[in-house]
Design a protein around this ligand. Structure first.
Ligand SMILES: NC(=O)c1ccc[n+]([C@@H]2O[C@H](COP(=O)([O-])OP(=O)(O)OC[C@H]3O[C@@H](n4cnc5c(N)ncnc54)[C@H](OP(=O)(O)O)[C@@H]3O)[C@@H](O)[C@H]2O)c1
Length: 249
């Protein structure tokens, strides 16, 4: 039997990509899943694929919504055994093409929204529970156009290391999943939904990965399952890298 059976799981950014794949995987394993998304439309579209899941709108650019996440969650899920803090955005731009608005949005979602969503859910988490944060290899691998995104994910990585020291006092574990490139809508969002352009970007990126391909969101979901289960109980404040060798080789 899966360790996820009957566990209460909150997944931020559970409407698409890595978050949705993890929600599907965890639901099939018998977990009670609550996903969040930035809009009612994206939430409803995801919930059609997740008949037994609950959903909450929580736009991480709206601090009033972020700061009510704990209360809103508690109404349907009084106890949270696993938090997958995954919501994030990417604006890949070289230094001279980055704007203050794009920079601020990325820091708001990937850093401030992440931090305060963890702050909101943590009081609902009992001893023995686990938090997994989606970071990235971007803080470790120098790449053109990723300086601001990499800074936001470097902040997430540092946050996890420091929160681990704090939360272990309550026997709550926190670790990161750090993916390399994964096939998700994050690339089509970068080119305003142009799927042909998004595929070109992904093909170009795949050629830079030693294994010659990008990951599927489902592969990442399996690592998230490991990070919140008994097999990873001695992991704290650290990360699993899933990148086909891109950051190491
Ligand atoms: N794909 C990759 O190559 C890759 C690699 C490394 C790390 N990551 C990280 O993986 C995480 C998931 O990304 P993904 O690739 O699965 O992208 P995705 O398919 O675009 O999904 C992003 C998720 O984040 C949510 N989100 C975006 N903006 C939000 C906001 N303002 N408020 C609340 N939720 C918001 C989206 O919800 P809505 O749809 O409701 O807006 C969606 O559920 C991100 O943290 C990303 O940085 C991705």
């Amino acid at each position: 039997m899966s360790h996820l059976k009957d566990k209460n799981v909150v997944i931020t950014g559970g409407t698409k990509g890595i978050g949705l794949a993890t929600a599907l995987h965890f639901s099939r394993a018998g977990a009670n899943v609550l996903i969040t998304g930035s809009s009612e439309a994206s939430l409803q579209s995801a919930l059609k694929q997740l008949p037994n899941a609950e959903g909450l709108v929580c736009d991480l650019t709206d601090m009033a919504q972020v700061m009510s996440l704990g209360n809103a969650t508690q109404k349907t899920m009084p106890q949270v055994d696993v938090l997958f803090a995954n919501a994030g955005i990417a604006h890949f731009r070289p230094l001279q093409e980055m704007t203050e608005a794009l920079f601020d949005e990325m820091m708001q979602v990937n850093v401030k929204g992440l931090y305060f969503s963890i702050q909101q859910i943590e009081p609902l988490m009992p001893s023995g529970s686990a938090i997994v944060v989606t970071a990235s290899i971007a803080p470790r691998k120098g790449q053109i156009g990723l300086s601001a995104y990499g800074a936001s994910k470097g902040a997430a990585r540092a946050m996890v290391r420091n929160l681990a020291a704090e939360l272990t006092q309550k026997n709550i574990r926190i670790n990161c999943i750090s993916p390399g490139p994964v096939v998700t809508d994050i690339f089509s969002r970068m080119v305003d939904g142009d799927e042909v352009e998004a595929k070109k970007i992904l093909d170009r990126i795949a050629s830079t990965v030693p294994q010659g391909r990008v990951a599927t969101a489902d592969e990442i979901a399996h690592s998230v399952e490991f990070l919140c289960g008994p097999g990873s109980e001695f992991m704290l404040g650290t990360e699993i890298t899933m990148d086909g060798g891109k950051a190491e080789l």
